[in-house]
Design a protein around this ligand. Structure first.
Ligand SMILES: Cc1cc2nc3c(=O)[nH]c(=O)nc-3n(C[C@H](O)[C@H](O)[C@H](O)COP(=O)(O)OP(=O)(O)OC[C@H]3O[C@@H](n4cnc5c(N)ncnc54)[C@H](O)[C@@H]3O)c2cc1C
Length: 382
């Protein structure tokens, strides 16, 4: 068992770290404050090949793997989570469903643009009335001749309304199974399709420089060929997508947790109280030591889940544990980092204030902490 990174992985990690510090850090606070999408940063990430990390070269990708994506997400989130979630959702929720389940024609049409970062895609599973309970999906798609007619709405969909969003993949009820349960399928809806409306962006607590919208489909017609994979496989498809996505969210959470250590170390050396740097006090040292330990153990958890996934072994439980643990410790580290910064920690100009606001969603998105516990318990046979 060897968790050390290869030279290639180290090189990737360092180049993303430099990019995050030199390109993202100087501009992100303003985007965060103004709730604007950082198009220029995203364009540069595209040029670096980050959107193509886990995809084969035939689609314009870098020929890497999902672990490479996780390493990049960790380094980005160490500086900023809005940019990191934009990349995570673009790959894991946007391009990956097409890569995993699409026809050769769908892949050839969409992947080169998505993999280059020139275009983004969203994945619409959650609805205003149902999130954790995906079986409660109300959006319907009816086959009318050679077109699907979609009606319904989706809530909180990342990357769905940027100027470069090309499509959203939506889950919809396409029929009833013999046992009376819903037949769910996944359908590609290009952004310009009549009847597809994107609401103005939400006013969010965190991730404010990322793009999130409610979507409505009103007699929205797309060609029958836009079905992604087989009809009726929607449930199995998004379970696979979410299992993988949890490893990526865990990596993002570890990045945030490590960013809290970085900022706290810096501040503990600079800030003086009672005649000396606060880092001289054991109470502060212990907080930082615990934060470092939490980031390290959560990192090992996502490394393990990713290794199992890449080896083709079962990884559902490990992915859920990594996501649950990493998101919990990200919230803990953000709380402690804010405490170490005292009053300045409550000021938006300090990165830890962003970390604090960005940490909570990690316990909610791509499956809440309760849902992760349900997955773990079920996998244990309960
Ligand atoms: C910023 C942001 C971006 C997002 N991006 C996307 C996206 O791109 N695509 C997408 O499809 N979705 C997206 N989501 C939605 C996100 O995945 C859901 O919010 C999440 O899955 C929870 O669903 P919900 O909000 O409907 O909560 P609910 O499912 O209504 O849950 C409410 C509470 O009840 C708990 N609960 C529910 N069922 C049980 C149970 N059986 N036992 C115990 N507790 C339970 C939950 O854990 C939670 O605490 C995003 C959300 C946000 C906020």
């Amino acid at each position: 068992m060897d968790f050390r990174l290869t030279e290639e992985q180290e090189a990737l990690r360092e180049s993303v770290r430099d990019f995050a510090r030199e390109v993202v850090a100087p501009v992100i606070a303003e985007h965060y404050e103004k709730h604007t999408f950082p198009y220029d940063v995203i364009r540069q990430m595209g040029k670096m090949g980050l959107f193509g990390l886990p995809f084969p070269e035939e689609y314009g990708g870098m020929g890497g793997d999902y672990f490479a994506l996780c390493l990049a997400l960790e380094e980005l989130a160490r500086v900023d989570s809005s940019v990191a979630i934009t990349l995570e959702a673009a790959i894991s929720l946007g391009a990956m469903p097409i890569y995993r389940f699409g026809t050769e024609e769908q892949k050839a049409r969409w992947l080169p643009k998505l993999v280059s970062g020139e275009a983004l895609a969203g994945f619409g599973l959650t609805e205003p009335g149902t999130g954790s309970d995906a079986g409660g999906t109300q959006t319907r798609a009816v086959l009318d001749g050679d077109e699907w007619v979609i009606n319904g709405s989706k809530a909180f969909i990342t990357n769905s309304g940027t100027d470069i969003t090309a499509l959203v993949t939506v889950t919809a009820v396409t029929g009833t199974r013999p046992d009376g349960s819903k037949e769910l399928s996944t359908i590609i809806v290009p952004s310009s399709t009549p009847g597809f409306t994107v609401a103005p962006g939400y006013s969010k607590v965190g991730w404010t420089a990322s793009d999130t919208h409610e979507l409505t489909f009103d007699d929205c017609r797309v060609p029958a060929d836009n079905l992604l994979g087989e009809r009726g496989r929607g449930f199995a498809q998004f379970l696979r997508i979410l299992d993988e996505g949890r490893i990526a969210i865990a990596a993002l959470a570890v990045g945030l947790a490590q960013g809290c250590v970085d900022e706290s170390l810096k501040y503990a050396r600079e800030r003086h109280a009672f005649g000396q740097p606060i880092g001289n006090y054991q109470a502060i040292q212990f907080k930082i030591a615990d934060m470092e330990m939490r980031a390290h153990t959560a990192r090992l958890a996502y490394y393990d889940a990713a290794a199992r996934m890449l080896a083709g072994e079962p990884f559902k439980r490990q992915a859920a544990m990594a996501k649950l643990h990493a998101s919990t410790i990200a919230v803990d580290n953000a709380r402690e980092a804010t405490q170490i910064h005292g009053g300045y920690g409550f000021m938006n100009e300090y990165p830890v204030a962003r970390f604090w606001r960005d940490s909570k969603i990690l316990e909610i998105g791509e499956g809440t902490s309760e849902v992760q516990r349900m997955i773990i318990a079920r996998d244990l046979g309960l």
